[in-house]
Design a protein around this ligand. Structure first.
Ligand code: SF4
Ligand code: SF4
Length: 297
């Protein structure tokens, strides 16, 4: 069995990527299983998805804590404590990261397996016009690294999955273009000691008081303690020469990350702005510009 674990942020297409790889593996004659894991996350929050591929029926379920391949949609996830991207890296034969350069990542983040890096963000911006529509590139990276999926089946899976999502044909074909570009530049990885099955172990789940097992948010103002600014791949920047101080962005920011200064100009709290860019879309004067977060590129 090959176990692939995808890490991304809400809006990256992480779940779709895992699904495309599962479908491509199925079209290539394998058994496949794919499943996302996300709770009450918002756009930009860490998301994980799993794909298992095997020749035999897959009886294993749940999270993959010993992955053979790890696929990372955004290098800022590598040091995000809540994402746990590198957990179980000792079993991984390789890690794919959407980044310009694999070199510094190994040292900076203590990554043991070989790192494969492709700058998906620039590619998707160029072809799809979006920095965050990464599903086809992530799926291509995983499919190519697995070494068991042929390009023809990968492309067929992309078209099938995007059709199910209701994507226009033109958009689907742009995704195919991204997928093929990535697929063709990544070589298969030698997956060391892939397992062929597993012992089935039944877990006994004990009952816990709901307040312990599903913790509630009980204290007001706790959002301040969560630095959602690390989620951001785009940074909103207000141009004070254009801004008319209408206050719309202040009202509409879903995270309350915009305050107004004493003159009524919006001031963005970058420790908590998650980069959803709703403020940019809502601004009637187009006074908010999107800047790339350099570490995400
Ligand atoms: S400041 Fe803008 S980009 Fe940041 S969280 Fe608020 S609406 Fe989203
Ligand atoms: S919505 Fe635009 S014009 Fe209005 S306060 Fe915000 S930045 Fe200024």
């Amino acid at each position: 069995m090959i176990r692939i674990r995808f890490h991304g942020r809400g809006g990256h297409g992480t779940k779709t990527a895992s699904r495309v790889v599962g479908t491509a593996a199925f079209l290539s004659g394998y058994q496949a299983q794919d499943s996302p894991y996300y709770g009450a996350e918002r756009r930009g929050a860490a998301v994980v998805a799993y794909t298992r591929v095997d020749e035999a029926p897959i009886l294993e379920r749940g999270a993959i804590d010993q992955p053979d391949l790890i696929v990372v949609a955004d290098e800022t996830l590598l040091d995000a404590a809540d994402a746990q991207v590198l957990s179980g890296q000792s079993t991984a034969s390789a890690i794919f990261v959407n980044a310009q350069d694999a070199g510094p990542l190994k040292e900076n983040f203590g990554i043991a397996p070989p790192v494969v890096a492709v700058d998906l963000t620039t590619l998707t911006l160029e072809i799809l016009g979006s920095a965050s529509a990464l599903s086809s590139g992530l799926a291509a990276a995983a499919a190519a690294m697995s070494g068991i999926i042929v390009q023809e089946h990968f492309v067929a899976a992309l078209r099938e999955e995007f059709a199910q999502l209701g994507l226009e044909r033109e958009e689907t074909e742009k995704n195919v273009q991204v997928g093929v570009r990535v697929f063709e530049q990544i070589s298969p990885v030698e997956i060391h000691a892939p397992s062929t099955g597993m012992e089935i172990e039944m877990a006994t789940v004990s009952y816990e008081n709901p307040l312990l097992s599903t913790p509630s948010v009980l204290h007001a103002g706790n959002a301040e303690a969560r630095p959602t600014g690390t989620w951001r791949v785009e940074r909103p920047v207000v141009d004070p020469d254009i801004c008319t101080r209408c206050g719309l962005c202040f009202v509409r920011c879903p995270d309350g990350a915009i305050a107004l200064d004493e003159d009524g100009f919006p001031v963005i709290d970058y420790d908590h702005c998650k980069g959803c860019m709703i403020c940019q879309q809502i601004c009637p004067l187009r006074a908010i510009e999107s800047k790339k977060e350099t570490r995400a590129w």
